[in-house]
Design a protein. Structure first.
Length: 317
């Protein structure tokens, strides 16, 4: 007898995924048109909220060295939100839902100072944040620990982990790009935010070596009079670059599309998460060297080595 919640759902998963992407595209186009009309009809820009938020502009650079060579870069605009200050600007407030509060970040890391969150502001109801970073300071104002929250497109899974800002390495814990397998180690480095802000991520593979690097270089800019206009279609452009260059790598350079491990293996997500934990244990990375002694047992367990937040809606579950 057929299992309508099992074999049929799996058989229709690929076409359902394509249909879901198409629906998301149409919804985004309608939302952009509606927001553009609303913005055009406004007689004046809304009063901007800049308290507790710093604005940055800059570029993201991607460099792949193996098994094919590919480079690209694009312009971005980021917000650095003080999670204690309140008054979160348009495009950021809705993105704080489901993320850590300042108190939760302090509990996870064991430090009692300011907590700021770096993220791409949403635009026209659309969010795209491949990585957000929490910068956690001690009471004296020194950056002591960072928390990364990485998401994958289009599945919508997230993984969260603490890392040492001066430089840290963690075994890859989640299927992020369908053009990379799960065997890499991520190396991360983050400067303390000032007039400039720098974030580096590199991937080292057991057979290809350090084959991928991503760099984010930002510079603080004056608060915009209209944050909505300032962030207009920034996440859409980031998505375009991600999908466009993925298509180039698959069609033009012959890279294989790798299925999500929870679909490719019978054991599903439990298997790839178990392997990530085993690799973390083998590398001595079950705890983060930047976690403070005041971190709670629950907090430290959630920050190290990994905390997963999986997509739950079909067809991305």
């Amino acid at each position: 007898m057929l299992d309508p919640g099992g074999s049929i759902a799996e058989a229709w998963r690929t076409p359902a995924s394509l249909l879901s992407l198409l629906v998301c595209l149409l919804r985004a186009l309608i939302s952009v048109a509606a927001c553009a009309l609303q913005h055009a009809c406004r007689r004046r820009a809304p009063t901007s909220t800049t308290h507790g938020c710093e604005y940055f502009t800059g570029r993201v650079r991607h460099s792949r060295l193996a098994p094919v060579v590919h480079h690209f870069e694009y312009a971005v605009r980021y917000c650095l939100v003080d999670l204690d200050a309140g008054g979160t600007p348009a495009g950021c407030k809705e993105q704080l839902v489901g993320r850590l509060s300042a108190d939760e970040a302090r509990e996870l890391t064991g430090y009692g100072g300011r907590v700021r969150l770096l993220l791409l502001p949403a635009s026209a109801g659309y969010e795209q944040n491949p990585i957000v970073v929490y910068y956690v300071e001690d009471e004296g104002g020194a950056l002591r620990c960072c928390i990364a929250e990485v998401s994958n497109t289009p599945w919508g899974d997230r993984v969260r982990f603490a890392f040492a800002p001066a430089g840290d390495a963690v075994p890859k814990p989640m299927h992020v790009s369908p053009l990379m397998d799960m065997e890499s180690t991520w190396s991360l480095e983050a400067d303390a935010p000032a007039e400039t802000l720098r974030l580096r991520v590199a991937c080292t593979h057991p057979t290809m070596g350090k084959f991928f690097r991503a760099a984010l270089d930002l510079r603080r800019c004056p608060p915009p009079a209209d944050p909505v206009r300032w962030a207009w279609l920034v996440p859409h452009r980031v998505s375009w670059w991600i999908y466009w260059h993925a298509a180039q790598l698959i069609v033009g350079k012959g890279l294989s599309f790798l299925q999500h491990p929870r679909r490719a293996e019978q054991a599903g997500e439990r298997a790839y998460k178990s392997r990530a934990l085993q690799r973390a244990a083998a590398a001595g990375r079950l705890s983060c060297p930047a976690i403070g002694t005041a971190a709670s047992a629950r907090g430290a367990a959630e920050a190290c080595p990994f905390s997963w937040l999986d997509a739950t809606n079909y067809p991305w579950d």
